[in-house]
Design a protein around this ligand. Structure first.
Ligand SMILES: Nc1nc2c(ncn2[C@@H]2O[C@H](COP(=O)(O)OP(=O)(O)OP(=O)(O)O)[C@@H](O)[C@H]2O)c(=O)[nH]1
Ligand SMILES: [Mg+2]
Length: 343
C-alpha cells in the first residue's frame, strides 16, 4: 500500500503559495538529490506555468555523485529550468545560486531591480537551511523532521534578492507507490504516518540490487544477500538485533537500516535514476489504461447485460402459455372482494 500524508496545513500552504505567486519572479524548487523525481511535487509544476525555475538538488553529500550529474542533465531538458546542486558541507558555493538567479532574469539584473524568489519543495528537504546559508545567519527555523516551517517567511538578502520561505508540501495522492516509499525512506513523511518495516523492506530490496558493495561493507556481511529478508537477517545478526529465543528482531534492524541510511552512514546513495522512473511511469500508465478499459468493459456489460436479460425476461414471460384458470380458486386479491360483497 502506498503511503499518503497530507495534513491540513499543507493544503493551506499550497493555497498561500498560489496567492503570492503573481508577485514572484522566480521559483526555487528544492529537491532531495537522493530522490529528484519523487521529491518533485506535481502541484508545483502546475502552479509554475511559464515562470523560470531553479531546481536545487539539496543534500548532495548524501547522494551518489554520478547520479546527481545525470539528474541535473535530465531535469534541464525542461524549458525554463536550470539546476543547482548543493550541500551544507560547501556553504561557500551558495553565492553561485544568487548569480544564477540574476542570470535567469537578465532584464531585472540589467535594471538593478529587486528579484523576488520563492523557495518551495517537499518537507524536510532543506529549504530553510538553504535560506540560512544564503542569508549567512539563522533567519529560518530548521529541524530534522518534516513540517518544521508552518508559515511563509520573507527574507531580504540585502543583495537585491528577496526570498520567501514556504512550508514543505506534499500532494494528496502519490500515484507511484515506490515514490511514497522513497519519500518515507528519506524522511519527507512523518514517521508516525509510515510503517518502518514496509519502508525498510523496500529500501533493502533496492540496496541489494543497486549498492551491494556498500551494504556488504557497512554491515560487514561475509556473503551477498539473496533477498531483502536474507539481508535484514544477516544485518540483524551482525548488530545483535535479537529477541528472546535468539531469533532476529526484524523490526529493530528495520529501524536501524532507515536511520543509518538517512544519516548517510551507508555511503552516498541515490534511490532512483531517470531510466528507472521512466519505466515506472510507463508501467503506471499501462496499469491505469488497463484499469480504465476494465471499468469501461464492466460498465458496458452491466448496461447491456441488464437490458438484454430484462428484455429477454419480459419476452419469455409473454410467450409462456398461461396456466388454465382453475375453477374454485380465486386470485388472492379478489378473494376478499368476493367475500366483502357477500357481506
Ligand atoms: N546531510 C545534509 N543535511 C542537510 C542538508 N541541508 C539540510 N539538511 C538537514 O535536513 C533537515 C531539514 O532541513 P530544513 O531546512 O528544516 O528543511 P525544510 O525543507 O525547511 O523542512 P520543512 O520546513 O519541514 O518543510 C535538517 O536536519 C538539516 O540539517 C545538506 O545539505 N546535507
Ligand atoms: Mg523549513
Amino acid at each position: 500500500m502506498a503511503i499518503q500524508w497530507y495534513p491540513g496545513h499543507m493544503h493551506k500552504a499550497q493555497k498561500a503559495i498560489k496567492e503570492v505567486l503573481p508577485q514572484v519572479d522566480l521559483l526555487i524548487e528544492v529537491l532531495d538529490a537522493r530522490i529528484p523525481y519523487s521529491s518533485e511535487n506535481p502541484a508545483i509544476a502546475q502552479l509554475r506555468g511559464n515562470k523560470p525555475c531553479i531546481k536545487v538538488l539539496s543534500k548532495t553529500d548524501l547522494a551518489d555523485q554520478e547520479m546527481t550529474a545525470v539528474w541535473q542533465a535530465y531535469l534541464e531538458q525542461e524549458r525554463g529550468v536550470k539546476t543547482f546542486a548543493t550541500t551544507t558541507q560547501e556553504p561557500g558555493r551558495i553565492k553561485l545560486l544568487v548569480d544564477l538567479c540574476r542570470k535567469m532574469l537578465p532584464e531585472k539584473d540589467a535594471g538593478a531591480k529587486n528579484i523576488n524568489a520563492m523557495i518551495v519543495g517537499i518537507p524536510n528537504v532543506g529549504k530553510s537551511t538553504l535560506i540560512n546559508t544564503l542569508a549567512g545567519r539563522v533567519v529560518a527555523k530548521t529541524g530534522n523532521e518534516p513540517a518544521v516551517t508552518k508559515d511563509q517567511q520573507r527574507i531580504n538578502l540585502g543583495s537585491g534578492v528577496t526570498l520567501l520561505d514556504t512550508p514543505g508540501i506534499l500532494w494528496p495522492k502519490i500515484e507511484n507507490p515506490d515514490s511514497s516509499y522513497r519519500l518515507a525512506a528519506t524522511g519527507a513523511i512523518k514517521n508516525t504516518a509510515m510503517e518502518y518495516d514496509d519502508v525498510s523492506f523496500f529500501l533493502a530490496e533496492y540496496l541489494i540490487k543497486a549498492y551491494p558493495e556498500l551494504i556488504m561493507a557497512h554491515f560487514q556481511l561475509d556473503r551477498m544477500p539473496t533477498t531483502e529478508l536474507d539481508f535484514l537477517e544477516m544485518a540483524g545478526a551482525r548488530r545483535g538485533a535479537l529477541q528472546t529465543g535468539g531469533r532476529i528482531n526484524l523490526h529493530k534492524i528495520c529501524e536501524v537500516l532507515i536511520n543509518e541510511f538517512r544519516a548517510g552512514k551507508l555511503g552516498r546513495i541515490t534511490l532512483e535514476s531517470p531510466e528507472l522512473v521512466e519505466r515506472e511511469k510507463e508501467a503506471i500508465a499501462v496499469a491505469k489504461m488497463k484499469k480504465e478499459a476494465e471499468n469501461a468493459e464492466r460498465k458496458k456489460r452491466f448496461k447491456d447485460g441488464s437490458r438484454n436479460s430484462d428484455r429477454a425476461d419480459r419476452k419469455e414471460q409473454k410467450n409462456l402459455p398461461r396456466p388454465p384458470r382453475q375453477p374454485g380458486i380465486a386470485k388472492p386479491g379478489s378473494a376478499r372482494k368476493s367475500s366483502d360483497k357477500k357481506k
